[in-house]
Write a protein that binds this ligand. Sequence first.
Ligand code: GLN
Length: 231
Amino acid sequence: QGQNQAAAPKVLKVGAETTFPPFEFQDEKTKEYTGFDVDLMKAIGKQLGYEVQIASMGFDALIPALEAGQIDVIASAMTITDERAKKVNFSKPYYKSGLTIVVKADNNTIKSFKDLEGKRIAVQIGTTGAEEAKKIKDAKVREFNSASEAYMELKAGGVDAVVNDKPVNDYYLAQGGAKDAKTVGDILQAEEYGIATAKKNTELANKINQALDELKKNGEYDKIYQKWFGQ
Ligand code: GLN
């Protein structure tokens, strides 16, 4: 036994809903989880001496899993909201986002959020998109387990629109969705994503904020941002 044998790295269990490209999804070839959040969490883990393990689950299961101690962190394009902040600690914002609408390419009646009144809308369960869609007058909101199922329902003609995060909508359209769908209108509301930790785990929350600061300073954050969102 060598004296310098490194101690096994501590594991950081990161919960995510892993069908949300480009933030967290499975690489088709390697089957590894990849995406902006995954790269960011790996970089944070490296800063803090953790090996990052992704635990995949439904978006609406993430906060309960964190509260139950089954995961240490949520990194899942999760918008910082007052409601959620009652249950979890959020890091400083790490990504600016917002909600947009996707409709079929040949739809000429829905041009803004106002036009969604009385319409059939597909959303992902437990998301800010679901919450906002439910506020629209007379809208028939259907909740799906993933954004991709919501897009499929739009394609199949079962709904008139999808309300979801702008970067995810844009990515879907850029990856081939634009063949039969488009985005319309302005961003409904500005949102910011945060990394969530358990209320009682303030030590980890502080460490994550420090790591984020460091990654912004040393250029690593920009590198990851460029990789996923640069042209
Ligand atoms: N940003 C949205 C929310 O927090 C959607 C996140 C997601 O579906 N992963 O509700």
